[in-house]
Design a protein around this ligand. Sequence first.
Ligand code: AHR
Length: 491
Amino acid sequence: MKKISAYINAKDVRSTIAPEIYGHFSEHLGRCIYDGIYVGENSSIPNVRGIRTDITEAFRKIKMPVLRWPGGCFADTYHWIDAVGDKKLRKKEHNVHWGGVTEDNSFGTHEFFDLCEQVGCEPYLAGNLGSGTIQELSEWIEYITLDDTSPMPELRRKNGREKPWKLKYLGIGNENWGCGGNMRPEYYIDEYIRYQTFCRDHSGNHLFKIACGPNAADYNWTETIMKRLNKDNARGISLHYYTVPTGNWNKKGSGRSFSNEEYYSTISGTLQMEELLKRHSHIMDAYDPNRDIGLIVDEWGVWCDVEEGTNPGFLYQQNTMRDAIVAACNLNLFNVHSDRVVMANLAQAVNVLQSLVLTEGEKITLTPTYHVFDLFSSHQGGESVYCFVENTEAGGNIKIPMITSSASIKDGKLTVTFANCSLEEDAEITFDITGFDAKKASARILTGNCCDLNDFETPDKVVPKEFSVSLNGRYMSAVVPPCSVVSVILE
Ligand code: AHR
């Protein structure tokens, strides 16, 4: 057992945790949209206008604040006009990025906005800069947000939607340093500025425009684009960073079965997020000292080899307690850096990469990652406060910090989340809390062996349970077993 001291000062407010930090991502990739979210009106699986009710319930329960769509790489080959109007007449095309399957476009703009309305989340569209035209993108915005009698709103009405929708988040290009056109940052930023000029605010709608930011540690990309951005042409830049368990993209490692060493290499890899956040923010500070432009980590999570026997282009992987620890590490980091990080989107929501939910026909299982989003949901919209852990190391050959933690205050309640990332040792952790007079604590824990997972036979193997913490004056302490995520709400 390791004894750990930690300190919270609830009066030392650092920044507001934008609810969007708890955001998600859905792409036309594998079984994320089709089978996962959307089964069509005629399916025997319970649905509302084709959208699975078990999925919308699951998303609502964790207060999903925002959902990004339609990609990913898919976004830069997407032509929205092919996916509106009579479904029988919609164009059938080849999904060039993901498994070469036929995309029948039965899930398009109307269906996506319907999904967001059913969930109660903000839509975040990824616009096509890589292979689409400016006219196409500006007409998509007119189609969605304009309320007059010009051709795009008239087409929307003909397709069944009288009033425009509200659209806040608009990404202009995805990974334009890679699948979105293999551009140099100098070229991309010229294109971005041209495209965004024609993405206008209509009928009282206000766009929050997001430029394609760096791949992981590409600091030159950030520097080059930030030189040209200001609050009038962009409100955010994206950052993509995936955690590959082995660190080797050619043999990434299994999502369900791995050694302790591979576990530690995964956690060590995911914690590199901290350096990325600090260094990209540092560059952004030089050009945007008032922090008008947010960092939006719109793709993050664990990327493993696909489950045996599944289509390699579908990126289907299982999800274990290791993913839960990864989620806790990243969400704690985003809370702590919420002065610059204003949104983050886990990749991806259903059946792809580090999913929240897995489906098989009518069956559904919530992953350990899902339960971490549930445990952390009371941070949404809270004020991130000073939280420091006198940490110790865990691990074998690869060492990691044993504890990850963050704290926030909202509506007179203090939420403290922490994880014991060790696989071997209990942590006896004591928080010394100032600036908050805690009278009552309620806590939940998600714990198990690192390879424990939920599947369709045992969907409840890894679920949160009540947990006991002790309160003694300003001290809150708990004995946390290895490989555990804890959430405490103090009142
Ligand atoms: O999430 C899977 C893919 O990863 C996305 O389509 C792309 O943006 C990234 O490379």
